[in-house]
Write a protein that binds this ligand. Structure first.
Ligand SMILES: [Fe+2]
Ligand SMILES: [Fe+2]
Length: 267
C-alpha cells in the first residue's frame, strides 16, 4: 500500500440511478454530496441510468464526470446493444461476474484509488432472478484469483431476496470488506458491521423519482398488478430521492469502522 494522508477512507455506494430523473440529479449534485460527506471513493450502480432503462456509454460517462469512480450494474446491463463494445473497453464499468464468460464486459477489477488497491466485484443473485452461476462460487473464484493483489475487497450483490444478500455477506464476512446489495430500489435500514468485520447493507435503494413504484409511473404498475396485462413502462418524474450508504475503512487496522445510510430528498 502506498503512503496516504488520510487514516480513514470513506466509500460511498450509490443505489441504482434511474432514468433521466436520477441521472440529472447525479449530474447536479453528486460532487456536492461527495464533498459534503467527505467521500474518497464513490461507486454508483448504473444499470437503469439510460433513458428507457439499461446503461449506455453516454449515461455511464455522465456518471463518471459527475463523480463516480466505478460503476456497477445488474440484470438490466445488456438491455442496450450499443453498450456492449463499451463494456469490453471500459474496465471501470462492471457487469455481474456470474454471467457466462461469453457475455461482454468484466465482472470484477482491481482499481488503484486513493492509494489503495480496491478489488471491486459485481454479482447477480439467483433467487427470483435469472439463473446464473452461483454467486458464492463466483465470488470465491475471484478472491482466489486476485489473492495478494488488492488491499480491500468490495462487492455489489444485485439481488432480489434479502436472505440471499445477507447469507452472502455472512459467508464472506471478514473476507470481502464491504458488501452492499442493490436491485430492489428500496433502501433497507440495516447498514452495519458484521461480526467478522464486513461493512454491509441489504439494499442501497435508488436514486430516482420518489413518487413512483421503483422509478416507474405508479399508475402503470398499479394497473399491471390489477389487470395482469403487459404494459409499457414509463419513467416517473417529480422530486428525486438519493439513496446511498457510507462505509469507513481504517487503513491502519485494515478494517471497516463505520457503516451508515444516506437518504436525501430533493425538496
Ligand atoms: Fe435497478
Ligand atoms: Fe436490477
Amino acid at each position: 500500500m502506498s503512503e496516504m494522508k488520510n487514516k480513514t477512507l470513506r466509500f460511498m455506494a450509490v443505489g441504482d440511478v434511474v432514468g433521466k430523473n436520477g441521472l440529472s440529479y447525479i449530474q447536479k449534485n453528486l460532487w456536492h454530496i461527495r464533498s459534503r460527506y467527505n467521500v474518497d471513493i464513490c461507486i454508483v450502480n448504473g444499470e437503469n441510468s439510460a433513458p428507457g432503462n439499461g446503461i449506455t456509454k453516454e449515461s455511464a460517462e455522465t456518471l463518471f464526470v459527475s463523480g463516480a469512480d466505478v460503476i456497477t450494474t445488474g440484470n438490466h446491463v445488456f438491455r442496450r446493444a450499443e453498450v456492449y463494445t463499451y463494456l469490453d473497453d471500459k474496465t471501470t464499468v462492471l457487469r455481474p461476474a456470474n454471467y457466462p464468460p461469453s457475455c461482454p464486459g468484466f465482472g470484477s477489477g482491481v482499481f488503484e484509488l486513493c492509494g489503495v488497491r480496491v478489488l471491486m466485484m459485481n454479482l447477480l443473485g439467483n433467487v427470483y432472478m435469472e439463473s446464473l452461476e452461483d454467486p458464492f462460487v463466483t465470488a470465491q473464484r475471484i478472491l482466489d484469483r486476485e489473492k495478494g493483489g488488492y488491499d480491500i475487497a468490495v462487492c455489489d450483490i444485485h439481488a432480489e431476496a434479502t436472505s440471499e444478500k445477507l447469507a452472502f455477506a455472512h459467508h464472506f464476512d471478514g473476507r470481502i470488506d464491504i458488501v452492499f446489495g442493490t436491485h430492489t430500489h428500496v433502501q433497507t435500514n440495516d447498514a452495519k458491521i458484521l461480526p467478522g468485520g464486513t461493512g454491509y447493507i441489504t439494499d442501497l435503494g435508488m436514486t430516482g423519482p420518489e413518487d413512483s413504484v421503483l422509478g416507474v409511473k405508479k399508475e402503470i404498475i398499479i394497473k399491471r398488478f390489477m389487470t395482469k396485462m403487459p404494459s409499457r413502462f414509463e419513467e416517473a418524474d417529480g422530486e428525486t430521492v438519493f439513496c446511498a450508504a457510507l462505509f469507513d475503512y481504517d487503513t491502519v487496522t485494515k478494517k471497516v469502522c463505520g457503516a451508515q445510510t444516506v437518504c436525501l430528498k430533493d425538496r
